[in-house]
Design a protein around this ligand. Sequence first.
Ligand code: CMC
Length: 443
Amino acid sequence: MAQSTSTEKTSAGPNTVTLTDNSTGRSWELPILEGNEGPRVIDVRGLYNDTGFFTYDPGFGATASCDSAITFIDGEKGILRHGGYAIEDLAEHSSYMEVCYLLLQGELPTRAQRKEFESTITYHTMLHEQMLNFYRGFRRDSHPMSIMVAVVGALSAFYHDSTDISDPYQRMVASHRLIAKMPTIAAMAYKYSVGQPFVYPRNDLKYAENFLYMTFSVPCEDFKIRPALARAMDRIFILHADHEQNASTSTVRIAGSSGANPFACIAAGIASLWGPAHGGANEAVLQMLQEIGSKDRIPEFIQRAKDKDDPFRLMGFGHRVYKNYDPRAAVLRKSCHEVLDDLGKRDEPLLDLAMELERIALEDDYFAEKKLFPNVDFYSGIILQAMGFPTTMFTVLFALARTVGWVAQWKEMVEDPHHRISRPRQLYTGHPKRDFVPIDQRG
Ligand code: CMC
């Protein structure tokens, strides 16, 4: 699915930039590549061979690490599209299963394709029974993300028949298994933490419904799925499905570039997502709102967020790419009201507090100058808490939804004939060569 690569897209002449080493006066022409949208990029692949220079870009703020046809973001304008479709349209009119198909296949499914895809995913939702033993080895108070990293990594020990990445069929089966089993793995992590029996998947339910059922039902009672909550859950999954080359996706690609199996790669992505600067932020937002406690304390926390000597940051605010309102946050803000209305929690004090915090921050010069706006995590925590999820499950839900994005990006990379192992270089700042001093002469 990767676009035809780079060198074919370049042409000599005006599509170059000139690099000049002012110390020697030598100049080199570097090709410029153009995608279908977004900034042009300077092709530095031949730079070291031609010039002896590396580029320096810690945090990859100005580096396109691959070409990809899956997701487009314009951070200045606050645009996110999958396969050309606006996230707002997908959230409003589509379903998570359709978005999964779109990310994997590059096109929305026909009715027949959607039916077949849904049935394939449904068919793979159960976990190998022996995998349940893994859960029992964990402490009851384990963070569910630690269980996710372990259990997803362990899938490679159970599904050997889909770990040969050179076989397109096995790649497809592994992709389906990961998308299908993630809700079961996540729900079981929750069940284990609260000491309730594991609930097996039900094939008559839709993806989001099934997840809510496995998470919240108990064998001793009937479980009624609230349609508004199932719809909100599905929408949360859509909004988190993919986000181009973020930290966890890049982790998956880097892990996969060595030829590692997909289950191991996705486990690596989950580990990266866990951090509070990435997927862990939704958990941190709720903790922050609880700590702020009341509207009159907002100015104090805004002041702390602006203080360079205080490590506190306004969680759920700011983004490496969006320098405008995160379009996912706008959808979630609306969804938040719908869910709270449905649950009869219209006066939820945390939502009131969050909206006031957003209002004050957006009027503040510091946040305006640095273009810090609410991101996807700002409102998702309030919705998830209202639905009954403990904060430790928030990042798990992010991982569940993002799995399709990781898988699609991994597949795209593996299927790109030009892909190479990811091996960045460095600007060395350590000691120059020195003689070894034996221990008895070191004092
Ligand atoms: N509160 C206060 N100041 C901030 C914040 C914030 N939330 N975010 C950035 N800044 C300031 C930062 O101090 C820096 O100021 P200065 O230029 O004076 O040093 C400037 O804005 C740029 O910040 P940065 O850390 O260089 O930006 P980054 O692109 O490396 O970081 C970020 C992006 C998302 C990690 C950061 O904005 C952040 O820590 N936000 C809070 C955590 C959060 O909500 N993360 C979820 C991200 S969206 C979901 C996902 O992708 O997983």
